[in-house]
Ligand binder design. Sequence first.
Ligand code: NIG
Ligand code: FE
Length: 423
Amino acid sequence: MSYSNRLLVKNAQQVVLICNKGEKYLRNDGLHSLCVIENGSVVIGSDGLIKAVGPADTIKAQYPEASFDKVIDATGMCVLPGLVDAHTHPVWAGDRVHEFAMKLAGATYMDVHRAGGGIHFTVEHTRAAKASELLSSLSSRLVRMQRAGTTLVECKSGYGLDLQTEVKMLEVIEEARRTLPINISSTYCGAHAVPKGKTVAEATEDILQVQLPRLRERISAGTLRVDNIDVFCEQGVFDLSSSRSILQAGKDMGLNINFHGDELHPMNSAQMGAELGALAISHLEEVTDEGIAAMAKAKTAAVLLPTTAYILRLPQPRARDMLDAGVIVALGSDFNPNAYCCSMPIVMHLACVNMRMSMPEALAAATINAAYALGCSHTHGSLEVNKHGDLLVLNTTRWEHLIYQLGGHQELIRYVIIKGNII
Ligand code: NIG
Ligand code: FE
């Protein structure tokens, strides 16, 4: 017997659409209340896309249950869009638990980095690892993220810093995209640190003359997919002018600009990114008022990373100032060997408590706005007709429990659904 529809999720106490007017992002003015249907249902077609979402009675009248492969009775439960994690570094070998102890004892992130640890430690281990080992650890990390409700995740390279290892990492990300249900946006981050023994100028030259041209060939030949370009624009890493030239070269190849800026020092990264038409800038703990204004004007999303500020005891990113100025605010876990967090619900919780975001602001930042930061908000990030059928069913009558509860989300998240398939 063949069915015309894949999945019906019916009679949910709340269906949180996030938006329903085709918005590609939500700014402060649209954020005071999210679009919530009480007693609603969602229909996902055999192509994995949302066919209908609305009051349970209306859906019942239009879609006979017999036309579905699968029906979930969500009575007493809530339905939300799958979460989007706009910033992760999930491909690496060798954890850094020993450095966590050093940082707890008072060492700063840059103390560890300058002493040859931090990113350098991870680069050494990642260069030595086989692709199969990297794929296996990446897959288990992505499964953990998925269990915590993430259905679209950005994955960066950046622990190779040479052509061979950067390509190895991007191929591993590509293989994960091919084999796992989770949606992936991939980012080339060859300028994540200056390799040992090289100057900034030499590293920039290698990226511009060797790495990017090779990537361009692979992308045009259709043997590798890369979506975004990233740089760590920071004192002692890539300065403003080398960051600008690398990002511009990536943009010229058709990649979205999405980079680390104004994290540990005010670098005017925000102004530079806005000028280049960056889709997103991450961190921004040290952004200035001018940087905020430039990002609001250019519609460059701010990807805020509450785990980093928390773990490194940095000043909190100025989420309220950004929201008030009309910046598109998104969230990411920043999963990496420094910030070992796979859970967007915990990230939203930290954003609310430490960065003073409201729960609707945090949820929009972890769905539609994070999708915008990845250039995917026309297909992901809200429950709207023709978008991907990526959603969560929560075992609770109020959606806010996803943020209110600190940890233990596997009990709360009853189903994770990607393109209409229960994962
Ligand atoms: O976003 N700031 C630069 N990159 C990462 C950290 C990467 C690492 O320490 O391995 C970040 O926090
Ligand atoms: Fe990062």
